[in-house]
Design a protein around this ligand. Structure first.
Ligand SMILES: [Zn+2]
Length: 320
Protein backbone atom coordinates (compact mmCIF):
# COMPACT_ATOMS: atom_id res chain seq x y z
CA UNK A 1 0.00 0.00 0.00
CA UNK A 2 1.40 3.39 -0.93
CA UNK A 3 1.66 5.86 1.88
CA UNK A 4 0.63 9.42 1.28
CA UNK A 5 2.70 11.59 3.61
CA UNK A 6 1.57 14.81 1.98
CA UNK A 7 -1.88 14.10 3.27
CA UNK A 8 -0.69 14.64 6.80
CA UNK A 9 -0.55 18.32 5.96
CA UNK A 10 -3.93 18.30 4.29
CA UNK A 11 -6.90 20.25 5.50
CA UNK A 12 -8.70 17.47 7.29
CA UNK A 13 -9.12 18.48 10.90
CA UNK A 14 -8.08 16.06 13.61
CA UNK A 15 -10.22 17.52 16.37
CA UNK A 16 -12.53 15.00 17.93
CA UNK A 17 -16.23 14.95 17.37
CA UNK A 18 -18.23 15.89 20.39
CA UNK A 19 -19.30 13.01 22.52
CA UNK A 20 -16.54 10.78 21.24
CA UNK A 21 -13.68 11.90 23.44
CA UNK A 22 -11.01 9.35 24.27
CA UNK A 23 -8.54 8.94 27.06
CA UNK A 24 -5.64 11.19 25.95
CA UNK A 25 -3.10 8.79 27.44
CA UNK A 26 -4.08 6.24 24.78
CA UNK A 27 -3.62 8.68 21.94
CA UNK A 28 -0.33 7.35 20.70
CA UNK A 29 -0.84 3.67 21.35
CA UNK A 30 -1.97 1.38 18.55
CA UNK A 31 -3.24 -2.05 19.51
CA UNK A 32 -4.33 -4.97 17.38
CA UNK A 33 -6.76 -7.58 18.68
CA UNK A 34 -7.49 -10.80 16.85
CA UNK A 35 -11.22 -11.49 16.51
CA UNK A 36 -10.80 -14.40 14.12
CA UNK A 37 -8.29 -15.55 11.55
CA UNK A 38 -9.52 -12.93 9.10
CA UNK A 39 -10.93 -10.22 11.36
CA UNK A 40 -8.90 -7.91 13.59
CA UNK A 41 -9.69 -4.88 15.66
CA UNK A 42 -7.21 -2.04 15.38
CA UNK A 43 -7.50 0.55 18.06
CA UNK A 44 -5.82 3.87 18.31
CA UNK A 45 -7.01 7.22 19.56
CA UNK A 46 -10.36 7.52 17.85
CA UNK A 47 -13.06 5.04 17.02
CA UNK A 48 -12.52 1.30 16.83
CA UNK A 49 -11.46 0.02 13.40
CA UNK A 50 -12.12 -3.51 12.16
CA UNK A 51 -10.17 -5.06 9.29
CA UNK A 52 -11.34 -8.06 7.28
CA UNK A 53 -8.49 -9.70 5.39
CA UNK A 54 -8.51 -12.39 2.72
CA UNK A 55 -7.56 -13.39 -0.77
CA UNK A 56 -9.30 -10.44 -2.39
CA UNK A 57 -7.72 -7.89 -0.09
CA UNK A 58 -8.73 -5.82 2.90
CA UNK A 59 -12.06 -4.34 3.92
CA UNK A 60 -11.93 -1.89 6.83
CA UNK A 61 -14.80 -0.60 8.96
CA UNK A 62 -14.00 2.82 10.40
CA UNK A 63 -11.26 5.18 9.24
CA UNK A 64 -10.06 6.63 12.52
CA UNK A 65 -8.51 10.05 12.92
CA UNK A 66 -6.16 11.29 10.22
CA UNK A 67 -3.25 11.73 12.61
CA UNK A 68 -3.27 8.03 13.48
CA UNK A 69 -3.71 6.68 9.95
CA UNK A 70 -0.05 5.97 9.25
CA UNK A 71 0.34 4.01 12.48
CA UNK A 72 -2.81 2.06 11.70
CA UNK A 73 -1.46 1.36 8.24
CA UNK A 74 1.78 0.00 9.70
CA UNK A 75 -0.24 -2.29 11.97
CA UNK A 76 -2.31 -3.41 9.02
CA UNK A 77 0.84 -4.16 7.03
CA UNK A 78 1.87 -6.66 9.71
CA UNK A 79 -1.37 -8.54 9.15
CA UNK A 80 -1.34 -8.63 5.37
CA UNK A 81 0.34 -7.23 2.29
CA UNK A 82 -2.96 -7.29 0.41
CA UNK A 83 -4.42 -3.95 -0.75
CA UNK A 84 -7.16 -2.06 1.04
CA UNK A 85 -10.18 -2.38 -1.22
CA UNK A 86 -13.11 -1.06 0.80
CA UNK A 87 -13.58 1.36 3.66
CA UNK A 88 -16.98 1.43 5.36
CA UNK A 89 -17.88 4.41 7.55
CA UNK A 90 -20.33 3.68 10.35
CA UNK A 91 -21.15 7.42 10.48
CA UNK A 92 -19.66 10.83 9.72
CA UNK A 93 -17.94 11.78 13.00
CA UNK A 94 -14.28 12.57 12.50
CA UNK A 95 -12.99 9.98 14.94
CA UNK A 96 -14.52 7.42 12.55
CA UNK A 97 -13.96 9.17 9.20
CA UNK A 98 -11.14 11.68 9.71
CA UNK A 99 -8.67 9.54 7.76
CA UNK A 100 -11.03 8.81 4.87
CA UNK A 101 -8.93 10.74 2.35
CA UNK A 102 -5.79 8.92 3.47
CA UNK A 103 -7.40 5.57 2.78
CA UNK A 104 -9.13 6.85 -0.35
CA UNK A 105 -5.79 7.89 -1.81
CA UNK A 106 -4.43 4.47 -0.88
CA UNK A 107 -7.05 3.01 -3.22
CA UNK A 108 -10.02 2.19 -1.02
CA UNK A 109 -13.59 2.56 -2.25
CA UNK A 110 -15.39 4.43 0.51
CA UNK A 111 -18.91 3.33 1.47
CA UNK A 112 -21.28 5.17 3.80
CA UNK A 113 -24.93 5.94 4.37
CA UNK A 114 -26.18 8.73 2.12
CA UNK A 115 -26.74 11.09 5.05
CA UNK A 116 -23.24 10.49 6.35
CA UNK A 117 -21.87 11.53 2.95
CA UNK A 118 -23.92 14.73 3.03
CA UNK A 119 -22.43 15.61 6.41
CA UNK A 120 -18.92 14.89 5.12
CA UNK A 121 -19.49 17.41 2.31
CA UNK A 122 -19.51 20.15 4.93
CA UNK A 123 -21.96 22.84 5.96
CA UNK A 124 -22.12 26.47 4.98
CA UNK A 125 -19.33 27.40 7.39
CA UNK A 126 -21.66 29.06 9.88
CA UNK A 127 -21.28 28.33 13.56
CA UNK A 128 -24.63 26.57 13.55
CA UNK A 129 -23.51 23.95 11.06
CA UNK A 130 -20.03 23.26 12.39
CA UNK A 131 -21.17 20.56 14.77
CA UNK A 132 -23.36 18.89 12.20
CA UNK A 133 -20.97 18.68 9.27
CA UNK A 134 -17.31 18.09 8.63
CA UNK A 135 -15.56 21.36 9.24
CA UNK A 136 -13.69 21.97 7.01
CA UNK A 137 -15.41 19.80 4.37
CA UNK A 138 -13.84 16.39 3.83
CA UNK A 139 -11.18 16.21 1.14
CA UNK A 140 -12.73 14.85 -2.08
CA UNK A 141 -10.53 11.75 -2.02
CA UNK A 142 -12.24 10.69 1.20
CA UNK A 143 -15.84 11.14 0.16
CA UNK A 144 -17.89 7.97 -0.18
CA UNK A 145 -18.39 6.93 -3.79
CA UNK A 146 -20.87 4.23 -2.84
CA UNK A 147 -23.82 5.18 -0.67
CA UNK A 148 -26.94 3.37 0.43
CA UNK A 149 -30.26 4.24 2.02
CA UNK A 150 -31.38 1.12 3.91
CA UNK A 151 -28.95 -1.70 3.33
CA UNK A 152 -26.11 -2.85 1.14
CA UNK A 153 -24.69 -6.33 0.76
CA UNK A 154 -21.20 -7.03 -0.47
CA UNK A 155 -19.56 -10.33 -1.18
CA UNK A 156 -15.90 -9.97 -0.33
CA UNK A 157 -13.24 -12.57 0.34
CA UNK A 158 -15.94 -15.09 -0.48
CA UNK A 159 -18.21 -13.99 2.37
CA UNK A 160 -21.24 -11.74 2.74
CA UNK A 161 -20.77 -8.38 4.42
CA UNK A 162 -24.08 -6.76 5.35
CA UNK A 163 -24.32 -3.02 5.93
CA UNK A 164 -27.57 -1.80 7.42
CA UNK A 165 -28.88 1.62 8.31
CA UNK A 166 -30.72 2.26 11.56
CA UNK A 167 -32.38 5.67 11.60
CA UNK A 168 -31.78 8.42 14.13
CA UNK A 169 -29.94 6.61 16.89
CA UNK A 170 -26.47 8.16 17.20
CA UNK A 171 -26.66 10.39 14.08
CA UNK A 172 -28.93 10.44 11.02
CA UNK A 173 -26.56 8.26 9.00
CA UNK A 174 -25.55 5.28 11.12
CA UNK A 175 -24.56 1.92 9.70
CA UNK A 176 -24.21 -1.44 11.46
CA UNK A 177 -21.94 -3.93 9.70
CA UNK A 178 -22.51 -7.67 10.00
CA UNK A 179 -20.00 -10.37 9.17
CA UNK A 180 -22.40 -13.32 9.47
CA UNK A 181 -19.89 -16.07 8.70
CA UNK A 182 -17.51 -14.61 11.27
CA UNK A 183 -20.36 -14.10 13.77
CA UNK A 184 -19.25 -10.53 14.34
CA UNK A 185 -21.30 -7.33 14.34
CA UNK A 186 -19.74 -3.86 14.24
CA UNK A 187 -22.02 -1.30 15.86
CA UNK A 188 -20.35 2.06 15.31
CA UNK A 189 -21.39 4.54 17.98
CA UNK A 190 -24.87 3.03 18.32
CA UNK A 191 -23.07 1.18 21.11
CA UNK A 192 -20.16 2.34 23.14
CA UNK A 193 -18.80 0.19 25.88
CA UNK A 194 -16.74 2.73 27.78
CA UNK A 195 -19.13 5.59 28.38
CA UNK A 196 -22.71 6.70 28.21
CA UNK A 197 -23.76 7.02 24.57
CA UNK A 198 -23.78 10.26 22.65
CA UNK A 199 -26.97 11.07 20.78
CA UNK A 200 -26.71 13.80 18.15
CA UNK A 201 -29.94 15.65 18.84
CA UNK A 202 -29.22 18.32 16.23
CA UNK A 203 -29.45 15.81 13.41
CA UNK A 204 -32.67 14.35 14.78
CA UNK A 205 -31.22 11.36 16.63
CA UNK A 206 -33.08 10.37 19.79
CA UNK A 207 -32.76 7.79 22.58
CA UNK A 208 -35.71 5.95 21.07
CA UNK A 209 -33.79 5.60 17.80
CA UNK A 210 -30.76 4.20 19.57
CA UNK A 211 -32.97 1.80 21.54
CA UNK A 212 -34.68 0.63 18.34
CA UNK A 213 -31.34 0.06 16.64
CA UNK A 214 -29.85 -1.91 19.51
CA UNK A 215 -33.06 -3.89 19.94
CA UNK A 216 -33.00 -4.82 16.25
CA UNK A 217 -29.44 -6.11 16.56
CA UNK A 218 -30.18 -8.01 19.79
CA UNK A 219 -33.13 -9.74 18.17
CA UNK A 220 -30.99 -10.82 15.29
CA UNK A 221 -27.64 -11.95 16.65
CA UNK A 222 -26.91 -15.26 18.41
CA UNK A 223 -25.75 -15.44 22.02
CA UNK A 224 -22.16 -16.17 21.05
CA UNK A 225 -21.79 -13.22 18.67
CA UNK A 226 -18.82 -10.89 19.01
CA UNK A 227 -19.96 -7.27 19.32
CA UNK A 228 -17.60 -4.45 18.41
CA UNK A 229 -18.57 -1.08 19.90
CA UNK A 230 -17.60 2.28 18.41
CA UNK A 231 -15.44 2.89 21.48
CA UNK A 232 -14.26 0.57 24.20
CA UNK A 233 -13.76 -3.14 24.52
CA UNK A 234 -15.13 -5.84 22.28
CA UNK A 235 -17.92 -7.75 23.98
CA UNK A 236 -20.75 -10.20 23.75
CA UNK A 237 -24.47 -10.08 23.14
CA UNK A 238 -24.87 -9.96 26.93
CA UNK A 239 -22.72 -6.82 27.05
CA UNK A 240 -24.86 -5.20 24.38
CA UNK A 241 -27.95 -6.22 26.34
CA UNK A 242 -26.53 -4.55 29.45
CA UNK A 243 -26.12 -1.35 27.44
CA UNK A 244 -29.68 -1.62 26.13
CA UNK A 245 -31.14 -2.15 29.59
CA UNK A 246 -29.19 0.81 30.98
CA UNK A 247 -30.34 3.06 28.16
CA UNK A 248 -33.94 1.94 28.47
CA UNK A 249 -33.96 2.52 32.21
CA UNK A 250 -32.17 5.87 31.94
CA UNK A 251 -34.70 6.98 29.34
CA UNK A 252 -37.58 6.01 31.61
CA UNK A 253 -36.05 7.67 34.67
CA UNK A 254 -35.49 10.96 32.88
CA UNK A 255 -38.95 10.89 31.30
CA UNK A 256 -40.61 10.33 34.68
CA UNK A 257 -38.53 13.01 36.39
CA UNK A 258 -39.44 15.55 33.71
CA UNK A 259 -43.11 14.56 34.02
CA UNK A 260 -42.83 15.38 37.72
CA UNK A 261 -41.69 18.83 36.73
CA UNK A 262 -38.00 18.46 37.51
CA UNK A 263 -35.63 20.64 35.55
CA UNK A 264 -32.11 19.74 34.53
CA UNK A 265 -30.54 21.15 37.68
CA UNK A 266 -32.87 19.02 39.78
CA UNK A 267 -31.79 15.92 37.86
CA UNK A 268 -28.16 16.74 38.64
CA UNK A 269 -28.80 17.53 42.28
CA UNK A 270 -30.92 14.41 42.78
CA UNK A 271 -28.10 12.35 41.27
CA UNK A 272 -30.45 10.76 38.79
CA UNK A 273 -28.73 7.77 37.11
CA UNK A 274 -26.24 7.72 39.97
CA UNK A 275 -26.40 3.92 40.04
CA UNK A 276 -24.84 3.87 36.56
CA UNK A 277 -21.93 6.16 37.27
CA UNK A 278 -19.34 3.55 38.15
CA UNK A 279 -20.04 1.42 35.10
CA UNK A 280 -20.84 4.01 32.46
CA UNK A 281 -19.08 7.19 33.47
CA UNK A 282 -15.49 6.08 33.71
CA UNK A 283 -15.64 5.34 37.42
CA UNK A 284 -17.94 8.17 38.39
CA UNK A 285 -16.85 11.14 36.31
CA UNK A 286 -19.74 13.46 37.01
CA UNK A 287 -19.19 15.47 33.85
CA UNK A 288 -20.03 12.38 31.81
CA UNK A 289 -23.22 11.87 33.76
CA UNK A 290 -24.12 15.52 33.31
CA UNK A 291 -23.56 15.36 29.56
CA UNK A 292 -25.75 12.29 29.22
CA UNK A 293 -28.45 13.69 31.50
CA UNK A 294 -28.51 16.86 29.46
CA UNK A 295 -29.07 14.96 26.24
CA UNK A 296 -31.84 12.88 27.74
CA UNK A 297 -33.49 15.84 29.45
CA UNK A 298 -33.59 17.84 26.21
CA UNK A 299 -35.65 15.09 24.65
CA UNK A 300 -38.46 15.27 27.19
CA UNK A 301 -38.45 18.75 28.68
CA UNK A 302 -41.31 21.03 27.63
CA UNK A 303 -40.62 23.03 24.49
CA UNK A 304 -40.62 26.17 26.59
CA UNK A 305 -37.63 24.68 28.42
CA UNK A 306 -35.80 23.80 25.20
CA UNK A 307 -37.42 20.41 24.72
CA UNK A 308 -36.95 19.02 21.25
CA UNK A 309 -39.90 16.65 21.25
CA UNK A 310 -39.97 12.96 20.62
CA UNK A 311 -41.61 11.37 17.64
CA UNK A 312 -41.91 7.81 18.86
CA UNK A 313 -41.73 6.89 22.46
CA UNK A 314 -42.23 3.19 23.11
CA UNK A 315 -44.45 3.01 26.17
CA UNK A 316 -43.84 -0.63 26.99
CA UNK A 317 -40.45 -2.23 27.05
CA UNK A 318 -40.43 -5.03 24.50
CA UNK A 319 -39.86 -8.55 25.74
CA UNK A 320 -37.24 -10.48 23.84
ZN1 LIG B 1 -19.75 9.18 16.82
Amino acid sequence: MILAPLLLAATVSVGHSEGCAQDPTSRHVTTVQRLSESLHLIHRYGGNQVVFTGKEGVLMVGAGFLDGAHEVELSLAKLTSAPLRYLINTHWHKDHSGANAYWGLAGATVIAHENARLRMLGGDGSEGTKKLFHDPPMDPEGLPTVTFRERLELTFNGEPVLIEHHPLGHTDGDAVVYFPEQNVVVMGDLYRQDNFPYIELRSGARPAGMLRAVEAVLRRVPADVTVVPGHGKVGTRADLREFYDMLWDANEQVKRAVARGQDLIALYNNKLLGEYEDRWAGGGQRNRVRGFLQIMWYCYAPKSARGLGEKRDPATKPQF
